[in-house]
Design a protein around this ligand. Sequence first.
Ligand code: P6P
Length: 331
Amino acid sequence: MEKPMIFRDYLYREKQKGEISGEMVSLMGGLSVACKRISHDVSQGALIGTLGSAGTENVQGEIQKELDIIANDVMMESLLWTERVRAVASEEMDDVEQLSVGKGDYLLVFDPLDGSSNIDVNISVGTIFSVLRSPEGVDAPAKEDFMQPGTEQVAAGYVVYGTSTIMVLTLGNEVNGFTLDRDIGAFVLTHPDMRIPEETNEFSINASNSLSWEPAVTRYIGECVQGENGPLGKKFNMRWVGSMVADVHRLMYRGGIFLYPKDPTNKKKPGKLRLLYEANPISFLVEQAGGLSSTGYGRLMEVQPVDLHERVPVIMGSKVEVERVVGYHSE
Ligand code: P6P
C-alpha cells in the first residue's frame, strides 16, 4: 500500500502547485503543532487533573473548563513563533489579542475547545479555526478588522478529538482529512477530497428546544419523523452529540443536516452557535465539500459580522435537505 502523505508534505505540494503561500505553510505548521498538543492534553484528562471547571466564566457567561484555558494558551503559544498571525480572537477571550504586531499576513479566529462541557463525560470535543487576511497597513488589527464575512476566509478547519484525532481542512479549493499518527507525531492524509452526499436521511438537532423553533423548522422535523408515509417518503434517523465538531464530522463523512435554529421569541439570542469561530469556518468546509450552509434566510457566510461573539442560526449539510428547509423559511 502506498505510504499516505503527511500533512507537512501536503502543504509543500499545495505551495508548489501555487495554491497557497509559504506564509500559509508556516501558519498551518503552527496550527498542526497546537492541535497535536491539545489532543495530548485532552486524552490525558483525569490523569493530569485537568478535568472540571477552572472556576472562571468566559465572555459568553459560560463556566470555563481547565482544558478550555489550556487549549487557548497552547493555540497562542504555537502561533506566536510563526510570526504569521498579527492578531487573534477566541471564544475564550473577551477581546482581540495582538500576536505578532506588524508581522504576518493573517488574522486567526478560533474556538480552542468546542463542546468542552462534554470533556468530563469523555465525549468527543474539538478545535475550530478560521483564517482571515490581515488588512494592509494595519500593524495592530483591532476588533473592526475581524468584522469580515465568512466569504473572506482564506482557510478553515476543525480537529475532532475522538476515537482518533482527525483534522479536516480547506485551504480554499477542496476539503481533506488528516488523522494523527501518534507513533510518528504527524497528521497523515486519510480522507482526501471529502464530499458531502447531496441526499441524507439523518438530521441533527437538539429536540429539547422544539417548543422554541421557528415554524419552518417545526414543519421540517415533523415531516422527517413521519418517515416513509410522510411527505418526505423516507425514514429518518436522528443524532445529537451536543458537540458541534462531532456532529459536523459525521455529516462531512456520511451526509446529514445539522440545525441549531434561532428562537424567534428571543431577539437577543439569534441562535446559539457563534458566527466567527464556529459557524463560518464550518460553513466554509461544508460548502467546499459540496454542501450548503444557511441561516434559513440567506447564505450563512454572507452574514456581515458586527461583534466578535455574535451568534447565528445554523442550517447546514446535505444540499437537498438544506434547500428544503430554506424553502420552508421563504414560504
Ligand atoms: P446544546 C457546545 O457548547 C456547543 O457550542 C456546540 O458544540 C454544540 O453543537 C452546541 O453547543 C450544543 O448545544 O444546547 O445542545 O447543549
